[in-house]
Design a protein around this ligand. Sequence first.
Ligand code: ZN
Length: 348
Amino acid sequence: MFERLIGNAFIKSALRRLIEGGRVPNSMLFTGIDGIGKKQFAIELARAFVCKEPNGVEPCEMCSACKRAGVFNVPKPDDRDAYKRVVISEHLDIGMVMPFGRNILVDAIRHLEAEANFRPFEGRARLFIVDNADRMNDAAANALLKTLEEPAPSTHIVLITSRPDALLPTIMSRCQQLRFSPASEHDIEHYLTEHKGYHQHDARLAAKFALGSIGRAVGLDLNDIKTRRERMFEVLENAVFRGDLAAQLKVSEAIADGKEKDSFEMSLDLLQALINDVWNISVGGDATRLKNPDLEDRLALIAGGSDRSQLAAWNSEIENLRGSLDVNINRRIATDALFTTMTAGNTV
Ligand SMILES: [Zn+2]
């Protein structure tokens, strides 16, 4: 169980122990950044309660109950009335409260209160998820509090949020909290190749910019990232072989004058990853660990034309630039300076 979910081995074993001991709390709070599988863990926990042919505490993943458990008919975003109710999955013992726009409607929490009192229809327990629980206003939170105070023994409620600080302390104190960690780049890369059909090169690139979130990894525009990376590759190639400063300053203008700080930092990340790869190739490092394995041949050419102290110096220049971003420097001037330093030694 939970094997299909990535990372968070500690939480997997904690949940397993709780299920084995029959001590799963009635009120739980799953916290951690968006897109790391908190909801999938909650649904898997629900399967443990409803599976028809469990192997010990492990849900089989195959029976009709396991299959129906994760299927939610999510209402259309403008169907306000539908968000006044718990969205019950195709398994009647599993439901989810979802926000309507920015708010969880108090009526949905009242419906949850009523549902929480029913005995299970076909499973051994019922489980309800409150998704984006930080979107409860005070009225909704207070209504939920009542339910959390008098839990039916066979009902479990799992609140999910990436912003636990936005919850009322009284809600926090009634829930057992499980903190989810961001996934490692390695875990994300593995997940994308094994479950999403990504080529390994793409999976590695996506993992690098996923910030520990599977959801973010899957949503990344890889073509856009590759276009940016190509531009940074040309900066590096130019610095090593051509010394064409005018071309470098043009790129600086394109990446640094944009409005988005994130995409600027992404360009820096890409340049730094390329420099690190060139370094690794030049010291004869393990090629399987390259950040940009698809560019290996082209990076090897650059490695042949650059020296390591130069690469190390560029790397620390980028680190300096990154550090000074917090103090609101002029990105354009700083990037011009970086590219000029990189290119100066070879200016023709
Ligand atoms: Zn099953």
